[in-house]
Design a protein around this ligand. Sequence first.
Ligand code: CA
Length: 675
Amino acid sequence: MADSAATAANWMTYGGTYSEQRFSPLKQIDKSNVSRLGLTWFADYDTNLQQDGTPLEIDGVIYVSTAWSKVYAFEARTGKTLWQYDPKTPGQWVRNLCCGIVNRGIAAWNGKIYVGTLDGRLVAIDAGTGKPVWQTLTIDPKERYSITSAPRVAKGRVLVGLAGGEYGVRGYISAYDAETGKLDWRFYTVPGDPSQPFESDAMKKAASTWGPGSAQWLKRGGGGTTWDALVYDPVTNLVYFGVGNGTPWNQDYRDPKGGDNLFLASIVAVNADTGEYAWHYQETPAETWDYDAVSPLSVVDLSIDRRQQRVLLQPSKNGFFYVIAARTGKLLKATPFVDLNWADGVDMKTGRPRVKPEARYPAGSKGFNLFPGGAQGAHSWQGNAYSPDTGLIYIPTEHAYSPMVYDPNYEASDTGTNLGIEFRGRPAWYAAHPREKRSSTSLLQAWDPKTGQPVWAGDEGPGANGGAVATAGGLVFEGNGAGNQLRAFDANTGTVLWSFDAQTSVLASPISYELDGKQYIAVSVGGAATDYYAPNYSRLLVFSLEGKAKLPPNQPFTPRPLLPPPLDAQATPADVQAGEQLYARDCLICHGDRGRQARGLFPDLTRTPLLYTQEGFDAVVLKGQLSARGMASFADALQPEDTFRIRNFLIDTANKLEAAPPPATPAASDTHGRQ
Ligand code: CA
């Protein structure tokens, strides 16, 4: 395997090339013939879970990561499975995941494939045999870290970030020797224990932006995880990465003095050889909204202010589209790409957003209906595509509100999430504020980074949409999420020229490559739209102009009925209420509002037969009967009287749902796959 930017025929890195533009210079498939595009082959995965992985195609082999950090290698000409690697992540680690049992991608270098696992390992796999060559633990296993993002390779080192910002960890990025797995350098994103020396001058600088009395962040690590954006630029010899939210989300609990809290919600550049700090730009100082700055970054040469410049482009979760000078970190443009409501723009002199005071949802206020919100913000992990032909960047854009309400009763938790807001109370909050807007929709938006203006927008659909790829054939391929369609857009106009029914969610970014003189499009699909128990069709799909294959028809499926039992005779209204609190702390982040997942990544607890007996419920919740599937024991967090209360809260909820079924719209609290 050669340099990852070497050849257009292959798709050798997560974002296509080092600059991560997700652009293919191939043009055999174009506007005139894309209507003939057909399925060439497909390969089923061994899971019905959501698929976020961008495949790689290298010299006739497709490598792709799937749920549970597994990796497949397929013969690209036939679809034959060459090998599958399973890192055997322990099921109980799922308790440390905010956002699904997902993996977004892998790296390839010198005959090896690299994958980060949910439980924090970095594994080098022999690309020919699928056997592990080395593996190293990148985390302290006592802390609730995870890896869902793709590693990248730069100058013989494997770069890897991590997730866990909702739980309470200290963020960093690491570089390992690609041949041996030895740690070369590590850059922390937030300061550590003040009784210890600073790891670097950058940490000394960062520490001055955290209040000295902010004991909460010391206890909880502060956050600042590095769970997606990560780019190596050979031209500047810098590595750029995005830094996530603070822990807890609510800054009042994290750092009551309200400092900027570097390097939370920032883009940071470090020297690729040493990991030494080069520059940073903080998008959201004093972050308090879960505004991770980790959405994908692209490096582009652009004429900005009448001067050709090397820039970073990022449509951020906070709703601003940033153009930043790649060499210096100077902010060149910050333009809203959605109708955000928390700030009145960015002061270009200071680079700081002009934040509306009420948006900080102070204690005692009614809360603030944040837009963009909904945990995914305006843009999450889905890959953007930049076409040098059109000069446009194609942004999977999300429109979601979420009420940010101060939680006066927050206490740091070692087992649940650490947010400091009333995450559970969103339905009740909307009921109390019926005129407040709520939505969770998405669309593909073409954006001109030079003018800071939209050029076209695709149709708006429910939930999150998928990552994009642009081609020199004048096309953009993108999935519409739970709409199950992979579509080809005219890159200039947004007209839909082709679509394919994938029978399941299309969230991952497609890729394009050439083999034996033929251009292909490949995409990993999967993710039950509404029901964990529904049959699923998680697969790799490969298309070409001559493709004639057909997917097998959908299997018949009847959703499980509600049929809740009555409340236990001894359960009081106070038990139900206490159960709701406990549920919010320990269960909601996976199982959703009131036990109902808006999408089918985890079971709908209002329909589980486990509601019928406390013994059966406790066998799972306290004794870990389903831990291999990711539902670990909560015996360290919950007592039998707690699970009695949670179960009766769920029974109460199920009975209320049966009496008054809600309309079938996606819930605003659907966080999965978004971190
Ligand atoms: Ca986050």
